[in-house]
Structure formats: C-alpha cells, structure tokens
Design a protein around this ligand. Structure first.
Ligand code: C5P
Length: 403
C-alpha cells in the first residue's frame, strides 16, 4: 500500500506559471490513492482552470469564501482540520510572504492559517525574486513554523533566464510526501529529551559567563524527533530561536538548573540528545549586587566546576535508552569524540569542528561526523541544520533497530 493511500491532501495552487505542473501533481496524488481538495487563489485561476482541477480531483475546487449565487459558505476551519497534509505548489513570492506574515486575504492563506497538519511548500518564481532578501526571510519564517520547504531546482525559467526558481517536479513533490508519511510514525510512543543552547552562569545581576551557542542545532533536533512521532521535551538555555511547535519546552538559565530539569525527565525518556553547550564553570559565589568597576574586582571571581549533565545521567542509564552527545572540537576530533562516547556512556557522538567553515555555533549549517558505539563512523557533508538534525535522527533510529 502506498503511504498516501487514503490520505486527505489539500493542494493549494497560487498564481504562477508553474501552476500548469500542478495538474500533473494532482493526477499523481490521486493515482497514489490520496483524496485531494484543491484550493486555488484568485490569481491561480488566471493560469489554470478550475474545471480541469475539479474533473481530476472529483471535487469542486474551492477558491472563494462562499459561492456567489447560492451563498454556500466554505469553511476554511473544517478544511484545515480535514487535511492530513497541505501542499502549496506552486507557491509564489506573494503567497509565501502572506503565509509568513499571516495576511489571510484569500481562502488559501486562511486555510493555511487554520491547518494543523504538516504543510509542504514548493516555491516557484524568477531567480531574482527567489534570491531577494524578503523572499529568503519569508522562507526562513515558514521553516521556523515547521513547514517543509521543497526547494526549487535550477534551470530555465519562464522568463528564459536560467537560475534557481523552477518548481520541483511533481514526481519529487509526491516522493517528499510519501517519504513523510512513511516515516512520520517511526518514533511513535517514544519519549525524547533534548538539551539545547548555552547556559548562563551569573557573576552578578547583570553579568554572566556564557558561550556563543544559539540553540539552533538542538531546536532542529527536537523538531525532527517530533516529526518522526516522538513526544519531545526540550530543555533549553537562553536563546532567541523560536521554539518548535508541539514540543514541551522547559526554559532554564544555568547548568545546575538544566541538570535539575533533565533529572526529572530522564528516567522516562527513551532517547536523550545532549546538544546544549553547557558552561564548564560557574562563579562560586554570584554577587547579589552589581560588582563595581574597581581594581579589587580583577581576579576576584572564584570558579567552581559545573555538573556534567551527560556524564551524570549517563551513569544511571537504563536498558532501552539511546543517549547521544556532541563533541565540538578544534583538534584531535575523532580521538576526543571516541573518548566522550566512553566517559559519558553514550551510544552515538556527533562530532563537529570549529575549524570547519560553516560548522559550529551561530551558523545555519553544520558539518558532522557521527561515531557509534557499534563502531560505525558516518561522515556527512555541509548541510542546513534542519537536514543535519534529520541525519542525526535517522542514525538514532538505525542504532535502535540494530544495537
Ligand atoms: O566534555 P564536552 O563539553 O566537550 O562534552 C560535550 C557533550 O557533553 C555535549 O553533548 C554536551 O551537551 C554535554 N555536556 C553536558 N554537561 C556539561 C558539559 C557537556 O551535558 N557540563
């Protein structure tokens, strides 16, 4: 049976020339066994006729909030709840901007805002529109909402210019949906605990010892685990990254707070991923008042070692738990990572190097190597952190099946 059999899909079509490809997409979705409701924007109808779409889908196409001659109301809320997935293909720069900013001035965007299901967005536009900072920012926003972006490919565009902006081929869009439904229950029934971000160790009420971690990697891992069906608790140090939807977020400040929060969750978790960049030291006696700018303050801060959360909880691990740590190294990466596997009682260690351009803190990308207790070592190329997170989660699933 195809992973799309019986699935309710909303196919959203916006006003771009690639709308002609949506007919093939609709045909393929129906062939794969999905039930498809087309929702088209007023501009979409300039490119493709509702008659073709309703004939292929076997359902009247929805475009307006109500049918003019009968006054029949089309409920975007009911539609949003009906859908198992929504795919917007093509998604123009304008519609992406409206989705990113909640401008619900047509039936499609209103349905998008009501939908609780996973949303797949296949942008299609001219290369300069695609590269515009506004489009890039809006696509980034959609990603932060948990939407799946099906990246456009490079090639000849309707303008005859050549570049990135061609809507992905319908076969590949269907493959992305099939892959999603085939894998979304992989971790169903399992609990995952993820630490993320830096910790701040107070010196006084205005100063702290911290580090440059943004939390992006840990948040992406939490999101990826949730997408595969796990019930996720994310224990996060201070960060400005938007929390993924559908995870239980516990905000902490210091390493000792992070340890306390994790201790409460660890016993019942099946998977723990220690992504946080926990500060190694904390001031022994944080001052309750702001320390004055005086010479005596120099060298006056005594430090104590922070708890090692991964190592502490690794000591009381139970059968069936899968524990994953990170090793951010500047040199002797593999050797140090293998040592951490042992010292922190981990199953997998994710190695990344600050020496690698595009890897480490405060970037949207990462280049990782995963070393397993089973002896395997997997080297991955530089990727977007959301894809890196998916690679890590795939390895967790593989490890649990093969240990
Ligand atoms: O020893 P090192 O800090 O390099 O180890 C990194 C790994 O250990 C990461 O997975 C990190 O989240 C975890 N760790 C921790 N508590 C600490 C220090 C590191 O959980 N105090």
């Amino acid at each position: 049976m195809n992973a799309l059999t019986g699935k309710h899909i909303i196919l959203g079509i916006t006003g771009g020339i690639a709308a002609y490809k949506s007919v093939v997409l609709l045909r393929l979705l129906i062939k794969a066994g999905a039930e498809v409701q087309v929702v088209i924007t007023p501009n979409g109808k300039q490119f493709i006729t509702p008659v073709t779409l309703s004939a292929l889908s076997g359902k009247p196409v929805v475009s307006e909030f109500f049918t003019a001659n009968t006054g029949e109301w089309h409920s975007h809320v009911d539609l949003g709840l009906w859908a198992d997935a929504m795919v917007i293909a093509p998604a123009t720069a304008s519609s992406i901007g409206k989705m990113a900013n909640g401008i619900a001035d047509n039936m499609l965007i209103t349905t998008y805002l009501s939908a609780k299901c996973p949303v797949f967005v296949a942008p299609a536009m001219d290369l300069d529109m695609m590269a515009h900072p506004s489009t890039c920012r809006n696509i980034k926003l959609l990603k932060s909402y948990g939407n799946h972006i099906i990246e456009p490919s490079e090639g000849e565009l309707a303008s005859h210019l050549v570049g990135k902006g061609r809507m992905e081929e319908p076969e590949n869009i269907v493959a992305a949906l099939e892959h999603y439904f085939a894998t979304c229950d992989d971790l169903k029934g399992l609990k995952a605990l993820v630490t993320a971000g830096p910790t701040y160790e107070r010196i006084d009420p205005v100063r702290f010892i911290g580090n440059f971690s943004t939390g992006k990697m840990g948040y992406a891992i939490a999101e990826s685990l949730r997408r595969r069906g796990a019930e996720v608790t994310l224990v996060s140090g201070p960060t400005v990254v938007a929390p993924p939807q559908g995870v239980n977020l516990i905000k902490v400040e210091s390493a000792s707070q992070m340890l306390s929060a994790c201790e409460k969750e660890f016993d019942c978790c099946d998977i723990a991923v220690w992504t946080a960049a926990v500060a190694d030291y904390a001031p022994a006696c944080p001052s309750e008042r702001k320390i004055k700018r005086e010479k005596e303050a120099v060298n006056s801060i005594q430090l104590v070692m922070n708890p090692d959360i991964a190592a502490t909880l690794g000591k009381c691990r139970k059968d069936g738990q899968t524990l994953v740590g990170f090793a951010l190294e500047t040199d002797n990466g593999e050797e140090n990572a293998r040592r951490k596997l042992e010292s922190k009682n981990l199953d997998l260690v994710v190695l990344n190097s600050l020496a690698d351009p595009g890897a480490g803190f405060a970037t949207d990308t990462n280049r990782i190597t995963i070393i397993s207790r089973l002896g395997d070592m997997m080297v991955f190329p530089l990727k977007d952190k959301s894809e890196v997170a998916d690679d890590i989660v795939n390895e967790i699933i593989y490890f649990r099946k093969n240990k």
